[in-house]
Write a protein that binds this ligand. Structure first.
Ligand code: SAH
Ligand code: SF4
Ligand code: F3S
Length: 474
């Protein structure tokens, strides 16, 4: 079979000192008409990295003359961009694969493919080769730019083209993007992750940390600003470690400053690992009005014992110190978090330490998860004797408290004036537009359609736990 390259977990674990080279993407002329008269459908699971990868995939397909459809049943090419972070992500994807198989039975010419983080897992490609050989293309997170070649080969050979590299390749600049929004854009600043938190699959599925060159990032932001974008979100699995792999004396605080100085109206960044969060970073957030006072600061656990087992390299106290420093230097900052309950061996005392941090930080909101063992990670091998019922109970108790503080944080906004970038038609409220405050609060605003894409001053008229309503003030 042609094009068969499967991932290998041992290889994916390796970290080399070799600096990645940067190459520029170009589409070979021979692929430009491959999608003539054909429609594609892509469904994206997982985090913002995957969303942005899908924006790249869409643009590559459109350069190949494919046209997008939002109905899977109408598509000639169906792609699922998958996530591997927890077990339920896996189940959702294989549920969808079942539906595609059904479709393919009545329309055998459909090209069906999987890409993204899940296929970077050795156990998943083994499963694909065992049970899902009828799929047409499978490619990983390191070889998105090979999509035209893989598609062409699958069409010509009428067989599965599976190519997933374990070792990350080079940084490919200039991959086009069909962005979901005309007003706000994702900008990758780095790829991969070297933190190896013991529960997490990302360092394996996304590979070694590779930072893009500062000038490439700044030029992308300048171009976006020129094209009318109002907001950029700098993306990375732990953005605070930006630049540590480059041979230049330049770190995240420098990048944030240089991006702010492009003058684009709003700059955001996700995700921050508490370990690398420097004072210089906080100073830049405090100093520049266009760096948004919103920080996602994953806690994971409040117990020092569990944090150590997780390999997070901070303690409850050092986390709280950082939190307090941010709140002191940027009083308006909204801080959100991620928490895992039921990590192997987590006792009621450990869980209470987590609740204690939640009570102290009164987060604006939080994503909370039950620990999900991922094959190949150290935590998956740890003794786990807590019942699912107990884990569900902890999650429930945690969520109740998180929700109370989220409502409390939102309540402070009532009758206040805030700035909102109106980015879409409200999904919940008729004749309203919706957008986010500087602090990332969702607001439905009574405003004419013509205001779409503008940052407007809004007075908050009512508040709920997860959204607010408001009116434009002239
Ligand atoms: N790079 C980010 C996290 C990305 S994954 C960071 O370090 O903050 C998003 C969240 O998923 C994590 O913060 C964690 O809370 C959760 N998560 C990751 N692996 C998990 C697992 N095996 N089980 C349950 N939740 C997990
Ligand atoms: Fe996963 Fe930890 Fe890296 Fe975040 S920092 S992606 S949780 S290994
Ligand atoms: Fe999922 Fe991969 Fe993101 S595992 S959370 S899509 S980096």
């Amino acid at each position: 079979m042609i094009n068969m390259q499967t991932p290998n977990l041992m290889e994916a674990k390796k970290r080399t000192k070799i600096m990645p080279k940067t190459f520029s993407y170009v589409l070979d002329d021979k692929y430009k008409d491959l999608g003539q008269g054909k429609k594609y459908f892509i469904k994206t699971y997982g985090c913002q990295m995957n969303e942005h990868d899908s924006e790249n995939i869409k643009a590559i397909l459109e350069e190949m003359s494919f046209v997008e459809t939002d109905k899977m049943e109408d598509a000639d090419l169906i792609l699922l961009n998958t996530c591997a972070i927890r077990e339920n992500a896996h189940n959702k994807v294989f549920g969808m694969v079942g539906r595609i198989k059904h479709l393919k039975e009545s329309k055998p010419n459909i090209i069906a493919g999987l890409c993204g983080c899940m296929v970077q897992e050795e156990s998943i490609t083994d499963e694909i080769l065992d049970k899902y050989k009828w799929l047409d293309i499978v490619f990983g997170t390191h070889n998105i730019s090979d999509l035209p070649k893989l598609l062409s080969s699958s069409i010509t050979n009428k067989s599965l083209s599976l190519e997933v590299y374990s070792i990350e390749g080079d940084i490919i600049e200039n991959i086009p993007a069909k962005r979901d929004s005309k007003y706000k854009a994702w900008v990758n600043i780095m790829y991969g992750c070297d933190k190896f938190c013991t529960y997490c699959i990302v360092p394996y599925t996304r590979g070694k940390q590779r930072s893009r060159k500062p000038e490439d990032i700044i030029n992308e932001v300048k171009k976006l600003k020129h094209d009318g974008y109002k907001e950029v979100t700098l993306l990375g699995q732990n953005v605070n470690a930006y630049g540590k792999d480059l041979d230049i004396n330049y770190e995240m605080s420098d990048l944030l400053k240089d991006v702010a100085e492009t003058g684009i109206e709003r700059v955001r960044f996700i995700t921050s690992h508490p370990w690398d969060f420097t004072d210089e970073m906080i100073e830049v957030i405090a100093e520049y009005d266009n760096v948004m006072p919103y920080i996602h600061l994953p806690l994971q656990s409040g117990s020092d014992r569990i944090l150590k087992l997780m390999g997070r390299r901070y303690t409850k106290d050092s986390y709280l110190n950082l939190y307090n420093k941010i709140k002191k230097m940027v009083p308006s900052a909204a801080i959100t978090t991620d928490i895992i309950v039921g990590f192997p061996g987590e006792t009621e005392e450990d869980f209470n330490e987590t609740l204690d941090v939640v009570h102290k930080c009164k987060y604006d909101s939080a994503f909370t998860f039950i620990f999900s063992p991922r094959i190949g990670t150290p935590a998956a091998k740890m003794k786990d004797d807590i019942s699912l019922k107990e884990k569900e109970d902890r999650l429930h108790r945690l969520n109740e408290i998180i929700n109370e503080y989220a409502k409390e944080a939102n309540d402070k906004y009532l009758n206040q004036e805030v700035f909102v970038l109106l980015e879409k038609i409200s999904e919940k409220k008729e004749n309203m537009l919706a957008g986010y405050t500087d602090t990332m609060k969702l607001v439905n605003v009574k405003a004419p359609f013509s205001k779409l894409g503008q940052i407007v001053k809004v007075k908050i008229t009512s508040v709920k736990t997860w959204s607010m309503d408001g009116e434009i003030v002239e």
